[in-house]
Design a protein around this ligand. Structure first.
Ligand code: GRF
Length: 205
């Protein structure tokens, strides 16, 4: 079967993107079941884009402030992603909420990774919020994106214990180790096996 086409969206350091790149390089596109065809971002000057360029991948940037409205930005982002004809779109630390146009085109095949055990601690500060709450375990969630904030059907989760001495950065680093492995595993299984979404449940075939 042909490898599935992935577009990956980033906003930061891109270590999740790197984990996908490394896994695909190590396993081989065919055996992994997917290849990254382009990397997009909402800002420039980030390590995530530099990683893509080093890997020889096309990149694109769509900044919210360059558009008259959020809707126009969303449509432009959707158009840029669509031009690479992806089977799956992966938000790997992409710090923007997409809108109707994007979800209309990519709903059901737009995967996000979040650094907390959803439905606890959604939003931009999942690690900080879990720590402040006093949670003893937290982790990461790979899920499909719907029109809420981190509310879509859960595909897989990984658990990380909170240590007494943790600050946000130490805890986030340990979460990211689990998160990278989980994302690589989930994207590969979705690509190779196919899946269906039944209400809130994701069934990987
Ligand atoms: C990840 O923990 C992701 O869940 C969060 O931001 C981090 C991105 O890390 N939203 P990186 O850019 O992949 O290194």
């Amino acid at each position: 079967m042909a490898a599935k086409r992935l577009v990956v969206l980033v906003s930061g350091s891109g270590t999740n993107l790197q984990a996908l790149l490394d896994a695909i390089a190590a396993t081989g596109t065919e055996a992994y079941g997917a290849e990254i065809v382009a990397v997009g971002a909402d800002r420039d000057g980030i390590e995530g884009l530099a990683r893509a360029e080093r890997a020889g991948l096309p990149t694109f940037v769509r900044k919210v402030k360059e558009y008259e409205s959020r809707e126009e930005w969303d449509a432009a982002l959707a158009e840029a992603v669509a031009s690479y004809e992806p089977d799956l779109v992966v938000s790997a630390g992409f710090m923007k909420i997409v809108g109707k146009e994007f979800l209309g085109r990519f709903g059901g095949r737009f995967v996000n990774t979040h650094p907390a055990l959803l439905p606890s601690f959604p939003g931009a500060h999942g690690v900080r919020d879990a720590l402040a709450y006093g949670a003893r375990v937290t982790g990461c969630t790979v899920h499909f994106v719907d029109d809420g904030v981190d509310t879509g059907p859960i595909i897989a989760q990984g658990v990380v214990e909170v240590r007494d001495e943790d600050d946000e950065s130490a805890l986030h680093e340990r979460i990211k180790e689990v998160e990278r492995r989980l994302l690589v595993d989930v994207v590969g299984r979705l690509a190779r096996n196919g899946y269906r979404i039944e209400g809130r449940k994701v069934v990987i075939q």
